[in-house]
Design a protein around this ligand. Structure first.
Ligand code: CBF
Length: 827
C-alpha cells in the first residue's frame, strides 16, 4: 500500500473504485428525486439548469458518508490535520470534478441522456465561482484536492465572497471593462450554509486593563461569521475534506426604529456594514491595497477559522487544554493575507483561555507556517499601525509586545542595531506582515527553488541569516485530475494506453514511463493527433463562445496569466507587431512564415493603468492584424475575454507553444507553466520561477530558453539601465515601437499609447526592451522545429513524460515532510 516511484515518502491511499457506485438507472432516479423534492419540478418541466442542480445535489449525497467519516476520523484519530488559511480559493467548476472523484462520471452521462438532456448543456449550466485572482487562489484549490486525494485530513478556510473576481469585457475601443461577478445569482448546489456553527467576530472599541493586570478588549461592533461548507472529495481515496468559506451576516438585520422614522437607508446600515465584509474579492494580484475593508476581511475569516478549529477539536469543552492545539492542527498562512492570525491566536489563548504569554507564544509558533508567494516588495503587506489600532486595538498591543520580544531575541543573538531596526515587525507607524509571519511561525517557504533561494538571499535575508532553519522550499504543483484528466481526456486516454494503467493519476511521476515511447514514431503520431483534435475542438469552442474563426492548422501560441508589467505581455505583443511588419513589408517571404495564432488571456487590476493600456493595445493589434488580407493565414491574434479556469481547461490542451517570459527574478513560481508542459505544449521562457525546474526536468533541448538571468538583470540595474539604447540598437524593436507610437493600432491617434511608449523608452523597469532581441532570435529556432512535426511532438511528449514532478500531490508530500510533519489518516 505504498506509492510506486522511488523517493515517495508518503503512503499512498489505496487506489480503488469508490464504494457503492450506483448504476446509471439508479442515478437517473436520484436526479428525478432531487428534481421533484428539492427543485420542485417534474422531469418534463426541468431545464438543463434544474438538472445541473439536481445532479450536483445527488453527487453531494454520495459523498456525504465519506465526509462524515473523514470528519470523525480527523477529530478522533491521532493524525494532525492541516488548516489551509487562504483569502482565495479559485475552485473552478465543481460538477465534473466531483463526478470523477465520486466515480460517477459514466452514470451521470448516461442518466442525463436517459432523462432527455444533453450532457454538455447540463455541465454548461454551472457558473464558475471566481473566488481568486489567479495563481495563488488556484494553487490553494489544487492543494486541497491533493490533500483529500492523499487522505490527509484538512480544512480549507477562506471567504465566500458574494462577488468574485470581476467579469472582464472589452469595449469597442478594446479597453477592459469590469462588471461584477454575481456568481450566486442562481441556486448554488455545492455550498451548505451552516447557521448553527457560526462564530462572532468583533472589531474596534478599546482595551481596558483589569485590576489583576489582565486586559479586556471591549469591541465596538461585531459581525456574524456563518460557514458555508464545500465538500472536497479525494480522487479514489474514499476521503472527503472540507472547504469552509465564511460569509458575513449582521446581528442587527434591521433597525425598526430608524425605519419607522422613515430613515430607510439608515435602517439597513448595520446589515450593509456587516455584509460588506464578505461582499467582494479584491481584484488585486501582487499589489497592495491599503483598504480598511481588506484588513477587516482578513481578520474576519482568520478569527472565525481559529475559533472554528477549537470548536471542532475540543467539542463542548469550556476549558480545553490548548497546549495540545498544535498536535491537532497545523495552519498554513497562504501569503500575508491571513497573518493577522498570529496575534489573534495569541489573543484567544491569553484573553479567552487565560494562558500566560510564554505558553501562548509557544503554542502559536508551533501552530503556524508561512508561504510567501512573491518577490515583489509591494506585494508584502504592510499595514498602517493606526489602522490596526482602530480596528483591532488589542492586536496592536500584542504585535508591539511580539516586536519587543523579537528585538530582545535579536539582541541576545548579537544582531547589530541597524539590522534590528531593518527587521522590525512594528516600526511605530506600520506593521510588516511578512516579518510577523516569519518570526511567528515555524517555517517559511517559497514556491519554487529559485524563489526560495531569492527569499533567503534578498527579500528575507536578515531573517534567514538569524533563523536559517526556518527556511525551506516547496515547489508548486497542479492537480492532474482537473488539468489533465478532465481538461484533456484524449491525452489521458493515450497516456493510459501508453502506460497500460491509469494509476498515473494518483502517482504522476509514472509519466516517466512514456519516455521510451518518444522513440516510437507511431506513438508520437498518436500524440500529435491528440493535439490536433484538441485544437479543432478549441476552434469550435472559440467560435461558439467568442465568435472567433480559428485555423487549427496554424501553430497555437498562448500567453495566459494576469496582466502585469513583470510578466511582460509587452514583449509578446511587440514581437507580434514586428512579425506582422515583416510579413506585410515582404521582408519575410510568405512561404517562410510559420502560420501562427497567438492567444492572450489576462485580466488587469482595475486601477492598474499601464496594464489596462496593454490590454487595449493587444486588442487593437488583434483588430488590425486579423483584418489585414496581407497576413491572412499567416498571423492572427485573439484575446478571449474573461480568462478563467474553464477557458484554461479548453485552451491549455490545444496549445502548441506556451509563453513564460517574465523578467528573471520576478515570477515566484508560476503554475500555468506546469499545466502547459503536462498537456504537451513546448515552452518559450526565461530562467524564472519554476521554469528553471521544468527545464531541468524536461531537458534543456526540449525547452526554448532565452533572456537575461537574475544575475544579469541585477547587474544591469546596477550599471544603470537605459532602455532607449536597445530601441536604437535593434531595428526590429524600433520599428515595432514606432508603429505603436505612430497610430497604426489606434486609427491614427498618436497619443493613444504614449504613456506606454514613454514608459518603454524611459523606464522599462522589467527590461522588456533588453530581452527583445533574444526573444526574437529564439523564434527562428521555434519555427524550425515546428516545421518538423514529428520532432516537435517528440519533444512535446518528452515534456509530458518528465513533468510528473509538478503534481500538487508531490507538493503536498513535500509540505507534509518538510513543514507539517503529519500524514494521511489511517484507513
Ligand atoms: O504560488 C502561486 C502563485 O502565486 C502568485 O500568483 C501570487 O499571487 N503571488 C505568483 O505570482 C505566482 O508566481 C505563483 O505561482
Amino acid at each position: 500500500n505504498t506509492g510506486t516511484y522511488p523517493g515517495r515518502k508518503v503512503r499512498m491511499t489505496e487506489i480503488t473504485a469508490p464504494k457503492s457506485p450506483v448504476t446509471a438507472e439508479q442515478f437517473a432516479d436520484e436526479i428525478r428525486e432531487q428534481l421533484k423534492y428539492t427543485q420542485n419540478v417534474t422531469t418534463e418541466q426541468a431545464t438543463p439548469a434544474d438538472v445541473y442542480v439536481a445532479a450536483s445535489k445527488a453527487v453531494r449525497n454520495h459523498l456525504a458518508d465519506s465526509w462524515f467519516k473523514t470528519q470523525a476520523d480527523t477529530v478522533n484519530g491521532n493524525t494532525k490535520a492541516v488548516g489551509y488559511l487562504s483569502a482565495e480559493f479559485l475552485m473552478g467548476k465543481q460538477l465534473r470534478n466531483a463526478l470523477l472523484n465520486a466515480g460517477l462520471t459514466e452514470q451521470f452521462d448516461k442518466a442525463v441522456e436517459a432523462l432527455g438532456f444533453k450532457v454538455q448543456d447540463v455541465v454548461d449550466a454551472e457558473y464558475e465561482p471566481g473566488l481568486g485572482n489567479g495563481g495563488l487562489g488556484r494553487l490553494a484549490a489544487c492543494f486541497i484536492d491533493s490533500l483529500a486525494s492523499l487522505g490527509v485530513p484538512a480544512f480549507g478556510y477562506g471567504i465566500q465572497y458574494k462577488y468574485g473576481i470581476f467579469k472582464q469585457e472589452f469595449d469597442k475601443d478594446g479597453k477592459q471593462v469590469e462588471t461584477p461577478d454575481y456568481w450566486l445569482a442562481n441556486e448554488e448546489p455545492w455550498g451548505h450554509i451552516d447557521y448553527n456553527r457560526d462564530q462572532k467576530v468583533s472589531f474596534g472599541g478599546k482595551v481596558v486593563e483589569n485590576a489583576d493586570g489582565t486586559k479586556t478588549w471591549q469591541p465596538a461592533w461585531s459581525v456574524r461569521a456563518v460557514p458555508v461548507d464545500y465538500l472536497v472529495p479525494g480522487y479514489k481515496s474514499g476521503r472527503v475534506n472540507t472547504l469552509r468559506l465564511w460569509s458575513a451576516k449582521s446581528y442587527d438585520e434591521f433597525d425598526l426604529l430608524a425605519f419607522n422614522r422613515s430613515e430607510y437607508m439608515e435602517a439597513v446600515t448595520p446589515q450593509v456594514k456587516a455584509e460588506n465584509i464578505s461582499k467582494i474579492l479584491y481584484p488585486e494580484d501582487s499589489t497592495k491595497v491599503g483598504k480598511e475593508l481588506r484588513l477587516e476581511q482578513q481578520y474576519f475569516f482568520v478569527s472565525a477559522s481559529l475559533h472554528d478549529a477549537i470548536r471542532v477539536f475540543y467539542p463542548g469543552q469550556d476549558k480545553p487544554d490548548l497546549t495540545t492545539f498544535p498536535n491537532k492542527i497545523v495552519f498554513q498562512l497562504n501569503d500575508t493575507h491571513p497573518v493577522i492570525g498570529i496575534p489573534e491566536l495569541m489573543r484567544i489563548l491569553i484573553d479567552e483561555y487565560g494562558y500566560d504569554w510564554d505558553t501562548a507564544w509557544s503554542i502559536t509558533t508551533k501552530t503556524f507556517n508561512y508561504t510567501c508567494h512573491t518577490l515583489l516588495p509591494e506585494a508584502l503587506e504592510v499595514w498602517p499601525a493606526s489602522l490596526i489600532g482602530e480596528l483591532l486595538p488589542r492586536h496592536l498591543e500584542i504585535i508591539e509586545k511580539i516586536n519587543a520580544q523579537f528585538e530582545d531575541e535579536l539582541k541576545s543573538k548579537g544582531v547589530d542595531k541597524n539590522t534590528i531596526k531593518d527587521m522590525a515587525i512594528y516600526t511605530g507607524d506600520a506593521v510588516r506582515m511578512a516579518y510577523l509571519a516569519t518570526y511567528g511561525g515555524s517555517h517559511v517557504n517559497g514556491v519554487a527553488e529559485l524563489h526560495s533561494q531569492l527569499l533567503k538571499d534578498v527579500t528575507l535575508k536578515n531573517f534567514s541569516d538569524v533563523y536559517p532553519d526556518k527556511f525551506t522550499n516547496v515547489t508548486n504543483g497542479v492537480t492532474p485530475r482537473r488539468f489533465v484528466k478532465l481538461a484533456n481526456p484524449r491525452l489521458s486516454d493515450l497516456i493510459t494506453e501508453g502506460l497500460g494503467t491509469d494509476k498515473w493519476l494518483s502517482d504522476l511521476e509514472m509519466l516517466k514511463g512514456l519516455e521510451p515511447l518518444a522513440k516510437d514514431d507511431e506513438f508520437v503520431k498518436k500524440f500529435a493527433a491528440v493535439k490536433k483534435a484538441n485544437k479543432v475542438d478549441f476552434a469550435a469552442y472559440a467560435k461558439r463562445e467568442y465568435g472567433f474563426e480559428l485555423d487549427p492548422n496554424t501553430m497555437f501560441n498562448t500567453m495566459v496569466k494576469r496582466l502585469h508589467e513583470y510578466k511582460r505581455q509587452s514583449l509578446k505583443i511587440l514581437s507580434v507587431i514586428s512579425t506582422y511588419a515583416d510579413i506585410k513589408s515582404g521582408k519575410v517571404k510568405a512561404e517562410d512564415v510559420t502560420p501562427r495564432t497567438v492567444f492572450f488571456g489576462a485580466k488587469a487590476a482595475p486601477g492598474y493603468y499601464l496594464a489596462k493600456m496593454t490590454i487595449q493595445l493587444i486588442n487593437n493589434v488583434s483588430r488590425v492584424v486579423n483584418n489585414d488580407p496581407d497576413v491572412k493565414g499567416k498571423l492572427a491574434v485573439y484575446f478571449p475575454w474573461n480568462y478563467n479556469v474553464r477557458l484554461a481547461q479548453h485552451l491549455i490542451p490545444a496549445t502548441d507553444l506556451d509563453e513564460q517570459i517574465s523578467q528573471a527574478g520576478k515570477e515566484a513560481s508560476g503554475t500555468g507553466n506546469m499545466k502547459f508542459a503536462l498537456n504537451g505544449a513546448m515552452t518559450v521562457g526565461t530562467l524564472d520561477g519554476a521554469n528553471v525546474e521544468i527545464r531541468e526536468r524536461v531537458g534543456a533541448e526540449n525547452f526554448f530558453l532565452f533572456g537575461m538571468t537574475v544575475d544579469e538583470v541585477e547587474k544591469k540595474y546596477a550599471e544603470g539601465y537605459n532602455p532607449a539604447s536597445y530601441y536604437e540598437a535593434d531595428p526590429r524593436l524600433k520599428h515595432a515601437i514606432d508603429m505603436v507610437a505612430d497610430g497604426t493600432f489606434s486609427n491614427g491617434d498618436r497619443n493613444a499609447y504614449s504613456p506606454l511608449v514613454a514608459d518603454w523608452l524611459t523606464k522599462d523597469w522589467f527590461m522588456t526592451l533588453a530581452d527583445f532581441s533574444a526573444y526574437m532570435d529564439i523564434q527562428s529556432e521555434i519555427e524550425a522545429l515546428y516545421a518538423d512535426e514529428l520532432e516537435w511532438n517528440r519533444k512535446a511528449l518528452l515534456n509530458v513524460a518528465n513533468s510528473g514532478y509538478f503534481s500538487s500531490d508531490r507538493s503536498m508530500e513535500d509540505y507534509l515532510e518538510r513543514i507539517w510533519h503529519t500524514a494521511p489518516l489511517a484507513d
